[in-house]
Every structure is written in structure tokens, then in C-alpha cells.
Design a protein around this ligand. Structure first.
Ligand SMILES: NC(=O)c1ccc[n+]([C@@H]2O[C@H](COP(=O)([O-])OP(=O)(O)OC[C@H]3O[C@@H](n4cnc5c(N)ncnc54)[C@H](O)[C@@H]3O)[C@@H](O)[C@H]2O)c1
Length: 244
């Protein structure tokens, strides 16, 4: 028997990138997975993996709450959907800030609020943050803020939901080889080597590696963890860049 057999998981942004790796690994571990994703073009590939697809913009609070109401059984929730806006601080607009907040941060809280009451004891929530919550760079102020907020919210959620037997942890990837990142690497000579050099292992993480960490956090193997943050970035944020 696999570690998620019999578990029903709700996963946001499971149609591409890291979310697709999480989908694949959850299904390989025996889970039933419902994907909330904004892009209808991803429905076919989610279905081909054995997932259920619901088209939904997690930034739309009413649509999110209504989709959550349709969920009858929920043992695990992975809040993965997220967007990145990187631009100079002077160019950052109010609309950029509000969009990042609505999709990356508010949706996490709303889904926890809507689905936690449906979760039985032993339930687990995984909130996908980023190593930008630990160390960041110019132009990422608004994005990094939402990721820091996810880690902070995760700690509070662990205490709100602990008495109900639900664990809540943050998974913070670093640069991960999604389709988008791979396209950028292919388009720019030398970029792939630069990416490799950022990592202690000599290579960025794959989406399936991040998916396996999500499975661990959803499974009983991580029973001792709640309110924790796992940084899964092949050592990228562990480096003292000034010295090397
Ligand atoms: N890729 C990386 O290097 C990296 C690094 C650190 C953290 N992350 C985080 O991992 C998560 C996934 O990122 P990714 O790089 O795989 O992204 P991606 O763009 O490759 O895929 C995102 C998926 O989420 C869906 N999505 C986007 N906005 C949505 C919305 N409003 N409602 C519902 N679905 C939506 C997209 O359709 C897509 O299927 C994000 O939270 C991101 O911040 C990514």
C-alpha cells in the first residue's frame, strides 16, 4: 500500500510546473487528487494523470469558496498556485501588489478556512512558499512578501488547526525546472550553466523532486512536523554568496 492510499487531496495550480509534479507524485502515492487551476488548457493533462480538474482562479474569493463547498472529502490540501512579478521597485504598481496578494497569499488563507472544517483528524495542509521567504533580490519585494507571509501564516495555522488534528507545513522550493524555467534556460546561451552553479548539488530541483517533498508532508511519515518550513532548493539559499 502506498502512503497516500485512500486520501483525497485538493491541489491548486496542479496543471503545470511544480503543481504538475505534485499531482504526479500524489497519484503515484495512491491519492485521489482534485486540481483547482485557472488554465482550462491543462484539463487534459491533469485528466491523463488521473486527476480531477476544476477550472478556477484562486484569486477570485467567491469562486474559490464555491468550489471548496463542492468538495465532500478532504484529507490533504496543497496550496501551490502562485504567480511571480519581478520589476524594479519604482515600477511596481498597486495592481501588481494586489494581484500578488490575492493569488499568492489571500487564496491560501481562504482555502484553509473553507476546507479545514471538512478535514478529519490526521489531515495535512502544505503551503508552497519559496526560498525568497529566506533570502531575496532586488525587484522581488512584493513576491517575496507574499512568500514570507505564507511561512508566517503557516505557523499560526498550525496552532489554529492543531487541536483538530490537522498539521500545516510550508514547502519552500528554490529555482525549480518547470516548463517556463526550462524555456528560459533554452533561450539564453549559458543560462543553464549559471543555474547549475547556484546549487550545491550542481543542478536545480525537478518538479517531481518537489512533488515528493509534498507527498512526505502530506503523509504520516512527517507526523512530527507542524508549523515547519522545509526549504527544498538544493542548497541555493544556504550559500554565503559574499564569501564564494
Ligand atoms: N518554479 C520555481 O522556480 C519556483 C521557485 C520557488 C517557489 N515557486 C512557487 O511554486 C508555485 C508554483 O510555481 P511554478 O513555477 O510551478 O508556476 P507555473 O507558472 O509553472 O505553474 C503554475 C500553475 O498554477 C496555475 N495558476 C496560476 N495562477 C492561478 C490562479 N490565479 N488560480 C489557479 N491556478 C493558477 C497555472 O495555470 C499553472 O498550472 C508558486 O507558488 C511559486 O511561487 C516556484
Amino acid at each position: 500500500m502506498s502512503c497516500l492510499t485512500g486520501k483525497s487531496i485538493v491541489l491548486t495550480g496542479g496543471g503545470a510546473g511544480i503543481g504538475f509534479g505534485i499531482l504526479r507524485q500524489c497519484i503515484a502515492a495512491g491519492a485521489e487528487v482534485t486540481v483547482f487551476d485557472v488554465n482550462p488548457e491543462h484539463a487534459a493533462r491533469v485528466g491523463a494523470e488521473g486527476g480531477h480538474f476544476v477550472q478556477l482562479d484562486v484569486g477570485d474569493p467567491l469562486a474559490l469558496q464555491s468550489a471548496a463547498q463542492q468538495i465532500s472529502k478532504c484529507d490533504g490540501l496543497v496550496n501551490n498556485a502562485g504567480i511571480t512579478i519581478q520589476k524594479p521597485l519604482s515600477h511596481l504598481t498597486l495592481a501588481d501588489m494586489e494581484l500578488l496578494w490575492a493569488v499568492n497569499q489571500r487564496a491560501v488563507l481562504l482555502l484553509c478556512q473553507a476546507l479545514a472544517p471538512k478535514m478529519a483528524e490526521g489531515g495535512a495542509i502544505v503551503n508552497v512558499a519559496s526560498n525568497h521567504a529566506k533570502a531575496s533580490a532586488a525587484g522581488y519585494e512584493a513576491y517575496a512578501g507574499t512568500k514570507g507571509a505564507i511561512v508566517a501564516m503557516t505557523r499560526a495555522l498550525a496552532w489554529s488547526l492543531g487541536p483538530q488534528g490537522i498539521r500545516v507545513n510550508a514547502l519552500a522550493p528554490g529555482l525549480t525546472m518547470t516548463e517556463t524555467v526550462q524555456r528560459a534556460a533554452d533561450a539564453t546561451p549559458g543560462l543553464s550553466d549559471t543555474f547549475d552553479a547556484w546549487h550545491a548539488s550542481g543542478t536545480p530541483a525537478s518538479v517531481d523532486e518537489i512533488g515528493k517533498v509534498a507527498v512526505y508532508l502530506l503523509s504520516d511519515a512527517s507526523a512530527a512536523l507542524t508549523g515547519s518550513e522545509i526549504i527544498a532548493d538544493h542548497g541555493m539559499s544556504a550559500r554565503l554568496g559574499a564569501l564564494t
